[in-house]
Design a protein around this ligand. Structure first.
Ligand SMILES: [Zn+2]
Length: 265
């Protein structure tokens, strides 16, 4: 494995902002995270608040992080949990006449660098009819607000979302799609896309990847492994949940690898 990137300097590390170090999933309190929650922004907040070091007393702090920073935090927690610097993905060629499955590995340090770059620039501007329009990066608090509102359709939602991000200037209706595109390019982690060449049909395509979902799924599997360890070791040795989880994961693997006579199975 290459030298570790300093994953601590992920989100919100501009001067005067609190800085967090992130740890991997594995402590008993991590069993409190409900990965089956359908409220994804709240789930991301719970993961980030639980795995921040020092622990976050007020979850509002985590809600206020930009979406890029929140994905950056999840990336750091993922890297600490699985002790790897690559994120494997399974994608499909988007062309209907092909649909070949492909395996891609994304480099975590480079994704973290995107999060850091995003945090360094909280605003962007797009050219409007009446001069530049300044848009700010969306935050967790925006997502929470958007979830609570009921929009008639996608167009109304997009208009309201964009309007809430305008800091200065006037965004005309016909400028919305250009502004949405500018924001997507400005926020590569929340609107992530990989550019791959299909080995089967040789066509180059951009494939959207929901990084937040991929990372949450991986962390959810880590939590499921903890529960499975507790179940098996509690049955075998009569240890409590707390006792099992106090043992480092690598040592739990060693116990689980033993057969009934104490020899590696
Ligand atoms: Zn293809």
């Amino acid at each position: 494995m290459s030298a570790r990137t300093d994953l601590a300097i992920v989100p919100g590390f501009r001067s005067g902002r609190p800085s967090y170090r992130w740890r991997g999933i594995g402590r008993i309190e991590d069993l409190e995270i409900d990965f089956s929650s359908r409220d994804r922004p709240a789930l991301v907040t719970a993961v980030l608040a639980t795995c921040a070091e020092p622990p976050v007393e007020d979850p509002e702090e985590v809600w206020r992080l930009t979406l890029a920073a929140r994905v950056g935090g999840l990336l750091a927690i993922y890297a600490e949990t699985v002790r790897t610097e690559s994120l494997p993905l399974e994608v499909r060629c988007p062309h209907d006449d092909c649909r070949e499955g492909m395996e891609v590995e994304l480099p975590v340090p480079e994704l973290v660098a995107l999060a850091q770059a995003a945090e360094a620039r909280p605003e962007t501007d797009v050219a409007g009819q009446d001069g530049p329009i300044v848009l700010r990066r969306p935050r967790g608090t925006d997502q929470r607000l958007w979830r609570r509102r009921a929009y008639a359709d996608g167009a109304e939602a997009e208009a309201a979302l964009l309007a809430s991000l305008v800091i200065s200037g006037t965004l005309a209706a016909e400028e919305r799609s250009a502004a949405a595109e500018a924001l997507a390019a400005f926020d590569p982690l929340s609107c992530f896309e990989i550019d791959v060449r299909c080995p089967e049909c040789a066509r180059q395509s951009g494939i959207p990847v929901d990084l937040e979902a991929v990372l949450l799924a991986s962390l959810s599997r880590a939590q499921a492994r903890m529960i499975s360890d507790v179940d098996r070791l509690a049955r075998r040795y009569g240890w409590s949940e707390a006792e099992v989880l106090a043992i480092p994961a690598w040592r739990r693997r060693r116990y689980l690898a033993l057969d009934g006579d104490g020899w590696p199975a």
